[in-house]
Write a protein that binds this ligand. Structure first.
Ligand code: CA
Length: 221
């Protein structure tokens, strides 16, 4: 999952980056509104955390421009004041959630995860696809009833596939969401990753759709 943090205060931005990284996200940071508008316009994020008070272009304008350009990833707004008019303006501009500063990092992470789940149409922190059960809160996995030990990257890979329901995902798209880049070399890394995960789960767990990409087997428990 890719997250964009838009925050001009360096210490807050660093705390957010570390916390989201620890929660399994690939994170980009924009430090002003114009950079945020650019990144959100060209990159494919799964969620954004957007501060309202920003240099160059304020957060509300960034959000309106994203939505006007059909950039529909979920957005959590951060505001320095607990001002309800600002909250209403944010939600009218297309925000999905709102937190006022100072906030508890644990609450922010829980809300960001909830936004990603909601965007994928799921309400619980457990995702089941076929024989695979992922707990996105504990970052743990079970396959055919047995616990599977996964690296953080392997978990991110399965988590991303599980959020796409039955759509096959290309190696390029996976590289972009797992590494934050889509270089040709990254596609080879994805192939190696698929081999490792198949070794742990079983060959049948991840299917290859020739010409399209990878999809989780969904043949029931
Ligand atoms: Ca600010």
């Amino acid at each position: 999952m890719r997250a964009l943090i838009v925050e001009d205060e360096p210490t807050v931005a660093t705390d957010l980056r570390l916390a989201l990284d620890g929660a399994g996200f690939v994170v980009d940071v924009a430090q002003d509104g114009e950079d945020a508008w650019f990144k959100g316009g060209v990159e494919d994020y799964d969620v954004a955390v957007l501060d309202l008070g920003l240099p160059r272009l304020d957060g509300l304008s960034v959000l309106k421009r994203w939505r006007g350009a059909e950039r529909m990833f979920p957005v959590l707004i951060l505001s320095a004041r607990s001002d309800w008019t600002e909250k209403v303006a944010g939600i009218e501009a297309g925000a999905d959630d709102y937190l006022s500063k100072p906030f508890e990092m644990g609450e922010l992470i829980a809300r960001v995860r909830a936004l990603v789940r909601r965007a994928a149409g799921r309400a619980s922190s457990t995702i089941t696809v076929g024989r695979l059960v992922l707990d996105t809160h504990r970052m743990s996995a079970m396959y055919a009833g047995r616990p599977i030990r996964l690296s953080q990257l392997e978990f991110r890979f399965l988590d991303y596939l599980a959020h796409q329901s039955k759509r096959a995902v290309s190696a390029g798209e996976l590289a972009e969401h797992l590494y934050g880049a889509a270089e040709p070399g990254d596609s080879n890394a994805i192939e190696a990753l698929v081999v490792r995960v198949r070794r742990k789960l079983g060959m049948e767990a991840i299917q290859t759709r020739r010409g399209f990409g990878y999809v989780l087997a969904d043949d029931g428990p």
